[in-house]
Design a protein around this ligand. Structure first.
Ligand code: HEC
Length: 125
């Protein structure tokens, strides 16, 4: 029964709620102050421009679980993970811990998946 509920939940997330996720995600990107350090384009702000983020992560064999862990505690990830360490070296600054709740981070990740897709750029500008 539990499995079925979870499935139903995920299914509803992936269909009609998608628009909501994008709207909420956009707000969370501001609320989490991500937008003060990150562009959704390829332009560097204080941190890396996030365009093509998931393609980049995939190339480096990082999944969503990795991303969530990174967002929750970048410094800890920088200590143990080569990819995060190199980002830190490149940007010479550690990203601060996110204050967002777990569920908010999940939504934010779903939002980022859409908002950082490479083909977005071309159609928007
Ligand atoms: C004070 C500035 C600052 C804030 C706020 C911030 N970041 Fe960052 N972020 C950075 C810096 C600097 C790096 C690169 C160095 C590092 O990894 O710590 C980074 C790295 C990242 C990366 C890895 C990028 C890549 O190219 O692989 C992601 C993803 C990311 N941030 C997402 C977020 C999200 C989502 C938020 C909001 C919850 C956020 N950041 C808030 C500064 C910031």
């Amino acid at each position: 029964m539990m499995k079925l509920l979870i499935f139903a939940f995920i299914f509803s997330l992936s269909s009609e709620k998608k628009g909501d996720i994008l709207k909420t995600g956009e707000k969370l990107f501001k609320k989490g102050t991500c937008s003060s350090c990150h562009n959704l384009t390829d332009k560097k702000k204080i941190g890396p421009g996030l365009l093509g983020l998931f393609e980049r992560l995939e190339k480096n064999k990082k999944d969503e679980k990795w991303l969530k862990e990174f967002l929750k505690n970048p410094s800890k990830m920088i200590e143990k993970d080569e990819y995060a360490k190199n980002l830190f070296k490149k940007y010479k600054m550690k990203m601060p811990k996110t204050r967002l709740e777990d569920e908010e981070i999940d939504i934010l990740i779903q939002y980022l998946k859409e908002a950082t897709k490479i083909e977005n750029e071309e159609s928007e500008e």
